[in-house]
Ligand binder design. Structure first.
Ligand code: F6R
Length: 242
C-alpha cells in the first residue's frame, strides 16, 4: 500500500481529485467506482471545479457506486442516488445512463445484487475505485463479519453504522436498517483503489487497516493484499499511523 499523509482535508481532497482527473484524461471509457458520505465531498467539489474550468470531460466516464440504503426511494434526499446527483453528477457532463447505483426499492434485493454485479462485469470491471472508511473499519457497507463477502449483497447495517449515519437523518430510527453493497471481492477486483481517511475519530481504525492483522473483523484490512492501493490521510487521521 502507498500511504500518503497530507496536512488537512482540503489537501487530501485535492490529491484524490488530481488522481481521478489524470485517470479520466488518460483512459478512454474509464469505469470509476465512487463512494458517498462526508469524506469524498471535497474531492467531488474539486472535480466539479476542474470541469467548470473546462479542464475535465466526463462524457465517456462510467460510474458504479459502492452502495445504497435498502429500502429507500431514489428521490429520498438521504438516498445515495440523490447524494451523487447533488454532489457530482448534476454539475458535470456525465451521461446519466452511465451512472449506476443499486436500486434501493427493488422488490427482490438478491436479484438486484446479481444484476448489479453482472453490470460491473459487463462494463469490463472497475478501473479506479474511491473508498471512504467506516469508524468500524467497513468499506462500502461490508460490516465487520466472520468472512469477507465476495459479491454485491444485501446487508443488515451495524448498530454503530446506523448511529454514525444518523447525523444525516432526523433520528437514528429514520436510518434504513439495511443496504445493498458491493462485496469485498467486487471492490478487490478494481484495478486501482484510492482510500481517503480524514479526522481524528478515524485515527485508531486507520492504524488497524494499515498496520493491523488482515481480518474480516476490520474489513478494510484486506486492502493490504491488493496490488495497487493508495491511502491518503490527513494529519488528524494519521496520528497513530507513522
Ligand atoms: C459510502 C460508503 C461508506 C463510507 C464510510 C465513511 O458509500 O460506502 O463505507 O465511505 O461509512 O463515511 P464518512 O465519509 O461519512 O465518514
Amino acid at each position: 500500500m502507498t500511504v500518503i499523509i497530507v496536512n488537512d482535508y482540503e489537501s487530501m481532497s485535492k490529491m484524490a481529485g488530481e488522481i481521478i482527473a489524470r485517470q479520466i484524461e488518460h483512459e478512454e471509457d474509464l469505469v470509476l467506482g465512487l463512494a458517498t458520505g462526508s469524506t469524498p465531498i471535497g474531492t467531488y467539489k474539486y472535480l466539479i471545479d476542474l470541469h467548470k474550468a473546462g479542464k475535465l470531460d466526463f462524457s465517456e466516464v462510467t460510474v458504479f457506486n459502492l452502495d445504497e440504503y435498502y429500502p429507500i426511494t431514489p428521490d429520498n434526499d438521504q438516498s445515495y442516488n440523490y447524494f451523487m446527483n447533488e454532489n457530482l453528477f448534476n454539475h458535470v457532463n456525465i451521461d446519466k445512463k452511465n451512472t449506476h447505483i443499486q436500486n434501493g426499492e427493488a422488490a427482490d434485493p438478491a436479484a438486484e445484487c446479481r444484476r448489479y454485479e453482472d453490470a460491473i462485469h459487463d462494463a469490463g470491471g472497475i478501473d479506479l475505485q474511491l473508498l471512504g472508511l467506516g469508524l468500524n473499519g467497513h468499506i462500502g457497507f461490508n460490516e465487520p463479519d466472520s468472512h469477507f463477502p465476495k459479491t454485491t449483497h444485501h446487508v443488515a447495517l451495524d448498530a454503530s453504522t446506523i448511529e454514525a449515519n444518523s447525523r444525516f437523518f432526523a433520528s437514528s430510527n429514520d436510518v434504513p436498517k439495511h443496504a445493498l453493497t458491493m462485496g469485498i471481492g467486487t471492490i478487490f477486483n478494481a484495478r486501482k483503489i484510492v482510500m481517503l481517511i480524514s479526522g481524528e475519530a478515524k485515527a485508531d481504525i486507520a492504524k488497524a487497516v494499515i498496520h493491523g492483522n488482515i481480518t474480516p473483523q476490520v474489513p478494510g484490512s484486506i486492502l493490504q493484499l491488493h496490488p495497487d492501493v493508495t491511502i491518503i490521510l490527513d494529519e488528524e487521521a494519521a496520528k497513530h499511523v507513522r
